[in-house]
Design a protein around this ligand. Structure first.
Ligand SMILES: Cc1cc2nc3c(=O)[nH]c(=O)nc-3n(C[C@H](O)[C@H](O)[C@H](O)COP(=O)(O)OP(=O)(O)OC[C@H]3O[C@@H](n4cnc5c(N)ncnc54)[C@H](O)[C@@H]3O)c2cc1C
Length: 535
């Protein structure tokens, strides 16, 4: 709580307070000072909204190789096997660590974990707390941070990374901290650190329809790119097949577990349609389900599809999906007696800031963990419930590496200049920001969505170039506001997605390009961008 002074320092600066950032913070807490910053309230992030659960080899009939195999199949040839193996091998212990902190996952008789099955998983392996798993994990992690005296300051928007290159210090370019805008006060603080961790989550807000909370505006990827770190595979954006379709329901997700437990997708005429698109029907991986819904809606001109759970007993729905049941009810839909109207929405960023098996980016002293990172676990498509797992495993691995790095880096912290607002004027024309924000998200939805074409990608690129130039001009003329910072990041991330998508001349995993509808193994490699590649 509280505000930041104009200059602050921490051994470990953690940008983001979701599962990845808090796991990192807890692991390093005994080894140096830790400062966690969050953009809005401290619990606000995707972690808090995760419903389905966290995947791990925890059932008697399950084996590590099976989870590895399912992950590799979903990733469509682009997963890094070592990242997959490490995550899946270390996952169960990390889930038990969460239990030891106080996460009460649902259990069956005999105190065995109740495991659900989700699309793409060959076994039941998703541990969960009813349908509010993320909220419980976030609550417990925050409590654990409080108990250890870890400082978390909310309402702090990291604007840019502080690099030695930027401030004119010699030697290889390295990260020295971040400039941070205080939401309430409107001032930019200079925060120096020995290790900086991006744990800023994803970028769903780059699309008009998304399941993500407002904080998911791609700051981490944009800041890392601008600072000179490599970013990869941004074309692989996962669309969740089933967001509640209701004018007042903002980004409410109807969990995959609903299909796992028998939910049937129907079109507006009441016909089940998944069998026409994939033999696995409702249990096909989510990209196939999302594309099928999109195709079915476009074929019939429907506004939405319907998820039918009415054949399941009401008691079962209340027991397993109390949150979804209650939320639908608030919007006048009783899922026990009527199908839930749903549409696909941008959900998960599979690419991100390139990291190694210990969370290190290509820029010295900068780590990235959680959704912001591209570890190689997801490849071209994420298997459901592998992302909380990734945040947990890589949060800890990065922490171990950072502790070692800190031990070798105890020298004095270089002096860096404060943020210079120059002659920046008080912001006017809020309409410019609002308009450009809307335009970016709309054009990404229309041109760079579930199904893409070369022509639409080119159009998106042209439009984004103009918007980015306008935003840049505005950015240097006016004093910073959180909306302006986020708009700049959104536009940069949008361009990174478009550029990656333009480069990949095939369809693979989540990237579906009508001009090249098949996978082509000449493109069986990551799409990597570094500073300068967008200009
Ligand atoms: C509705 C929904 C349901 C999901 N369900 C599941 C599921 O069942 N299982 C699963 O495995 N995954 C699920 N996911 C995905 C998963 O929740 C996320 O991938 C994961 O929680 C990301 O964790 P994180 O720690 O990387 O980031 P987040 O939890 O998103 O946290 C990001 C943090 O970064 C902060 N931040 C962002 N930008 C800045 C900035 N510029 N300055 C300072 N702070 C900043 C935010 O304030 C926040 O604290 C779901 C996602 C959503 C949206």
């Amino acid at each position: 709580m509280g505000a930041l002074p104009p200059r602050a320092h921490a051994d470990f600066l953690v940008l983001g307070g979701g599962i990845a950032g808090l796991t990192f913070a807890l692991e390093v807490a005994e080894h140096g000072s830790v400062l966690v910053l969050t953009k809005r309230e401290r619990s606000e992030g995707s972690t808090n909204y995760a419903q389905g659960g966290i995947a791990g080899v925890l059932g008697d009939d399950d084996r590590l190789e099976l989870h590895v195999q399912d992950t590799l199949v979903a990733g469509a040839g682009l997963c890094k096997r070592d990242a997959v193996e490490v995550t899946i091998r270390e996952g169960p212990d990390q889930i038990r660590w969460l239990q030891s902190l106080g996460v009460n996952f649902d259990v069956t008789e005999g105190d065995k974990l109740h495991l659900t099955r989700e699309g793409g998983h060959s076994r039941r392996r998703v541990a969960h707390v009813k349908d509010t798993t993320g909220r419980e994990i976030e609550r417990v992690l925050l409590e654990a941070c409080d108990a250890r005296g870890i400082r978390i300051v909310e309402g702090q928007v990291a604007v840019d990374l502080l690099t030695s290159g930027r401030v004119g210090l010699g030697g290889p370019n390295r990260v020295l901290g971040a400039y941070v805008l205080d939401r309430a006060v409107g001032e930019v603080a200079t925060v120096t650190s020995r290790v900086t961790v991006l744990a800023t989550g994803g970028s769903g807000k780059v699309y008009l329809y998304t399941s993500n909370p407002d904080v998911a505006s791609g700051s981490g990827v944009a800041m890392a790119y601008r600072a000179g770190a490599a970013v990869a595979n941004m074309e692989f954006f996962q669309f969740h097949p089933t967001c509640l379709f209701h004018p007042q329901a903002k980004s409410f997700l109807v969990s995959e577990a609903c299909r796992g437990e028998g939910g049937i997708l129907r079109n507006a005429a009441g016909e089940p349609f998944m069998a026409r698109y994939d033999a696995r029907k409702e249990l096909a991986p989510r990209d196939i389900v999302a594309r099928s819904i999109d195709a079915e809606m476009k074929r019939r001109g429907d506004d939405c599809a319907f998820l039918d759970m009415t054949h399941l007993p009401k008691s079962f729905l209340l027991e397993h999906f109390p949150h979804i049941y209650a939320t639908c009810k608030e919007f006048g839909i009783d899922m026990a007696v009527q199908p839930i109207p749903v549409v696909p929405a941008a959900h998960y960023q599979c690419g991100g800031v390139v990291v190694d098996l210990n969370g290190r980016t290509t820029l010295p002293r900068l780590y990235a963990v959680g959704e912001v990172a591209c570890t190689g676990l997801h490849g071209a498509n994420r298997l459901a419930s592998n992302s909380l797992l990734e945040g947990l495993v890589f949060g800890r691995r990065a922490a171990q590496q950072a502790i070692e790095e800190l031990a070798q880096n105890r020298g004095p912290t270089p002096t860096v200049p404060d943020w210079n607002p120059g002659d920046a004027l008080a912001p006017e024309e809020g309409v410019v920001v609002a308009h450009n924000w809307d335009e970016v998200r709309r054009l990404m939805w229309n041109y760079v969505g579930i199904v893409r074409t070369v022509k639409r990608l080119e159009r998106a690129r042209t439009r984004l170039s103009i918007l980015r130039a306008e935003i840049r001009e505005y950015y240097w003329q006016y004093r910073l506001t959180p909306d302006l910072v986020e708009l700049r990041n959104l536009a940069d991330v949008a361009m990174l997605i478009v550029e990656c998508a333009r480069q990949r001349k095939e369809s693979r995993g989540l990237h579906y390009l009508l001009d090249y509808p098949a996978a082509d193994d000449r493109w069986l490699r990551d799409t990597v961008l570094t500073r300068g590649d967008l200009e």
